[in-house]
Design a protein around this ligand. Structure first.
Ligand code: SF4
Length: 284
C-alpha cells in the first residue's frame, strides 16, 4: 500500500503513514447565524476549545497521551489518534452540564471527543438518548453525527492520565480550563451532573473559582446527592466506568434517573426544539 503524507496528531510536523488512515477528526461547529442570541458564546467556546486542544502544561500527561497515540491498541492500529487534550462537547447554550473525570487513553484520546469510542461512552450516550438528550445512542467517532440537546459534556482533566489517575497537581493545573468553560456557560447553565468522587472533588473548587458559592465544609459525594448552588442544581452520580457498570453498582436505570432529574432541574423536560440546540423556555 502506498504511503501518503498526512499530518500526525501525536507529533507536530508531517509523517508518512499508510492509507487508508482513520483519523480522529473534530467536526467543526457550524458558524452561528448572525441572528443567533448565543453567537458570541459559540465563538468564545470554540476559541476556548482550540486553546485547550493545544495545551501542554502537564509534562507527564503530554508524554502519556502522545505515547498512547503512537503505540496504539492493536484493535485501532489503523487510527491516527487524536493524542491531545479533549475539549468539551455540546451546545454553547447548554442548560445542563455533565462533568466526568478525564479522557480514556483509547477512547477520547483516540477519537478527540468526550466519552467517544469507549464502553463508558456507550453507557452514557445510551442513557442520554433514552431520555431525549442525544440524537443517537452511540458515539463512535467525532464525526459520527451525534448531537446533544441542551447538554454539554466536559471533564476537569482534559488529557488521558496513566491508569486513569491524574495527580492532584495535574488536576489543579487543568482547573482553569473548566473555570473558563463554566463562566461561558453560566448564562444558561441550570444543572450539573458530576460523575464519580474524583470529578466531584475536582469540580467543586472550579465552581468556587467561577463565582458560585459552594457550602463549607464542601458537600460529600454520593450517588443521587443534590446540592443547590446559587441558581444551579448540582447532582452526584456514580461514574459510568466499566468497574461500576459491569458490577451493577451503576445500572442504566440509576443513571437515567439522575440524568432525568438533572434535565428537569434544567428545564429541559418537555422542551421542544431541534437536537443540538437549546431553546430555553425562560431565558431570552
Ligand atoms: S491535563 Fe489540562 S492542563 Fe494538563 S496538559 Fe492536559 S489540558 Fe493542559
Amino acid at each position: 500500500m502506498a504511503p501518503t503524507l498526512v499530518r500526525g496528531t501525536a507529533h507536530p510536523g508531517w509523517v508518512f503513514r499508510a492509507v487508508p488512515v482513520r483519523t480522529a477528526r473534530h467536526r467543526r461547529p457550524a458558524a452561528a447565524p448572525a441572528t443567533c442570541p448565543y453567537r458570541g458564546r459559540v465563538d468564545a467556546l470554540a476559541d476556548l476549545d482550540r486553546r485547550i486542544s493545544g495545551c501542554r502544561a502537564c509534562p507527564r500527561l503530554v508524554d502519556w497521551r502522545e505515547e498512547v497515540a503512537r503505540t496504539k491498541r492493536a484493535a485501532f492500529a489503523d487510527w491516527t489518534y487524536w493524542g491531545r487534550p479533549v475539549p468539551g462537547f455540546g451546545p454553547a447554550d447548554a442548560r445542563m452540564l455533565i462533568v466526568g473525570l478525564a479522557p480514556a487513553a483509547h477512547g477520547g484520546n483516540r477519537t478527540g471527543r468526550m466519552f467517544t469510542g469507549d464502553r463508558s461512552g456507550d453507557v452514557l450516550y445510551r442513557a442520554l438518548y433514552d431520555i431525549g438528550l442525544a440524537s443517537q445512542p452511540t458515539a463512535v467517532t467525532a464525526d459520527d453525527g451525534l448531537e446533544l440537546r441542551g447538554v454539554r459534556i466536559t471533564s476537569p482533566v482534559r488529557c488521558a492520565p496513566p491508569a486513569n489517575k491524574p495527580t492532584p497537581g495535574e488536576r489543579d493545573t487543568c482547573r482553569p480550563w473548566l473555570v473558563q468553560e463554566l463562566n461561558l456557560l453560566r448564562p444558561t447553565l441550570r444543572s450539573v451532573v458530576v460523575l464519580g468522587a474524583f470529578g466531584w472533588q475536582a469540580a467543586l473548587p472550579a465552581f468556587t473559582a467561577a463565582g458560585w458559592t459552594v457550602p463549607r465544609p464542601r458537600p460529600a459525594f454520593g450517588h443521587g446527592t443534590r446540592v443547590p448552588l446559587d441558581g444551579l442544581e448540582l447532582f452526584g452520580c456514580f461514574h459510568v466506568s466499566q468497574r461500576n457498570t459491569f458490577t451493577g453498582k451503576l445500572t442504566p436505570e440509576m443513571l437515567r434517573d439522575v440524568l432525568r432529574r438533572a434535565a428537569e432541574a434544567a428545564g429541559l423536560h418537555g422542551l421542544t426544539g431541534e437536537i443540538g440546540t437549546t431553546r430555553p423556555p425562560h431565558d431570552g
